[in-house]
Design a protein around this ligand. Structure first.
Ligand code: ATP
Ligand code: MG
Length: 430
């Protein structure tokens, strides 16, 4: 357990804060009232309270209660218990899910019980020790995330000066920051994510231990690290998150660009993330495959150049380069295959988009990854890479009426070397 003194909270009555029930989703209200009517305490917590107090629209609503998971399940017909590391109740309303967490309590210093497991270096591996509201508040990460909206009297309960930190726009860790990062290194990424999303500063004491502890992120399971990377870079605040990750020395733990320090790599990443942020703002879909294609492009290019210098022919150097770049990233956090394969296709289509002006270009238009590869090419141009006039050419080709498309094609070169069997096979695959 960390050293945060469990303090008497301040209680802000309904008349003195801006949260109105009309801001809270009907489904969250149903859960809050359902628990209250069953005789339990029920609070809106986390991002829901924080964002409403800032006048923002919350992404989702989390509920905390003194009811045990089994009691939550008995209260709602439409409820399922999930999770091992954290046991939680999910209450379903069609596609809407309200997450209900039972108050968490303090852990023993280190060791193993059925409910809680803490590793020798202080990392919390399982967290199913239940407690009361005071203990629950002290287990949360940042002061602005430890505010409770009480459905019993509509007051807001503030344990660690979260209201003041919202006003001063700062992310401040509850308790001793270094110790809290050791318990769960992902909290370093969460500090960055909230600062970037809200435009807040990270309090100096909260930021100070991060650089030295950045490497502890490698002990976090790969899937969780991958998810957090997506939350940081793909939620509309990618550019701001990236800058902050760089300033705190966390980028090396997430992105396998050995040249992440180089100015050209950073320029390229910035361009890609600016592009992604714009798409999110415009409600357009964004994909992890495209994001990682951007982040690892410099590694891919370097690997391809190395293979080519060692004598591999063009196709082989592209394939080997793609494999090497993927492998390097997988050492940090495994990219699931469903994202890794399209990412590699985006890369290997680039040289074809830069070169092909002949009849086979028309076939490329119906390639399932054409659109992503074309967007990627446009992004490379925007980042200042030399791609000739290929973006304009492909734009014209797509816009042309199908009948007129062949007028844009260059004639097949005569006397062209016959393609090897292998190359032909690859062309046929596309
Ligand atoms: P978002 O807007 O992204 O949903 P959030 O603050 O609600 O932000 P969640 O991941 O939904 O974040 O978590 C809900 C709450 O649970 C947090 O506000 C925080 O109080 C607590 N919490 C979540 N993850 C951690 C963690 N790793 N360590 C401590 N507390 C956490
Ligand atoms: Mg939340």
């Amino acid at each position: 357990m960390h050293d945060a003194v469990i303090s008497r909270p301040s209680i802000i009555p309904r008349a003195e804060h801006c949260i109105s029930r009309s801001d809270i989703s009907n489904t969250a209200l149903k859960v809050l009232y359902g628990l209250k009517e069953a005789g339990f305490e029920a609070y809106l917590v986390g991002g829901g309270v924080r964002d409403l107090l800032l006048g923002l629209k919350p992404k989702d609503f989390d509920v905390a209660t003194d009811a045990r998971p089994e009691q939550v399940k008995a209260t709602f017909r439409n409820c399922r218990l999930i999770g091992r590391r954290f046991r939680l109740a999910h209450v379903y309303f069609g596609r809407d899910i309200i997450e209900v967490a039972t108050f968490r309590g303090a852990h023993a210093e280190s060791g193993d019980s059925a409910a809680g497991v803490v590793s020798a270096n202080g990392q919390i591996l399982r967290d199913n020790v239940y407690g009361d509201r005071d203990e629950d508040a002290a287990r949360r990460d940042f002061s602005v995330n430890a505010l409770y909206y009480n459905i019993a009297d509509f007051s807001v309960i503030d344990y660690f000066g979260g209201i003041e930190d919202l006003a001063r726009r700062r992310i401040r860790m509850i308790g001793d920051a270094a110790q809290r990062y050791r318990e769960d290194p992902v909290r370093m990424l969460r500090a960055v994510r909230f600062a970037a999303k809200l435009g807040f500063d990270i309090d100096p004491d909260t930021a100070a231990p991060i650089r030295d502890l950045a490497a502890t992120l490698l002990s976090v399971p790969s899937a969780r690290r991958f998810d957090e990377t997506l939350k940081l870079l793909l939620s509309g605040h990618g550019q701001a998150s990236y800058e902050l990750l760089g300033r705190l020395g966390l980028d090396h733990a997430l992105i396998a660009s050995p040249q992440v320090e180089s100015a050209s790599t950073r320029t390229f990443h910035r361009q890609g993330l600016a592009n992604t942020d714009e798409r999110v703002a415009a409600n357009k879909p964004v994909s992890p495959a495209f994001l990682f294609a951007v982040l690892l492009w410099p590694v891919f290019e370097e690997s391809v150049a190395r293979e080519a210098a060692a004598g591999a022919e063009e196709y082989a150097s592209l394939m080997l380069g793609a494999q090497t770049a993927t492998r390097q990233q997988n050492e940090l956090a495994i990219i699931p295959k469903r994202f890794a394969l399209p990412m590699q296709e985006i890369w290997t289509l680039q040289s074809r988009l830069e070169q092909r002006r002949s009849r086979r270009a028309l076939r490329l238009l119906s390639h399932p990854r054409f659109r992503a590869a074309y967007d990627f090419l446009a992004m490379r141009e925007a980042a200042g890479e030399a791609v000739g006039d290929s973006v304009a050419w492909w734009t014209d080709l797509q816009q042309a009426h199908p009948e007129q498309r062949k007028d844009l094609l260059e004639p097949e070169r005569r006397g062209r070397r016959r393609r090897s069997k292998k190359r032909q096979a690859v062309a046929d695959l596309s």
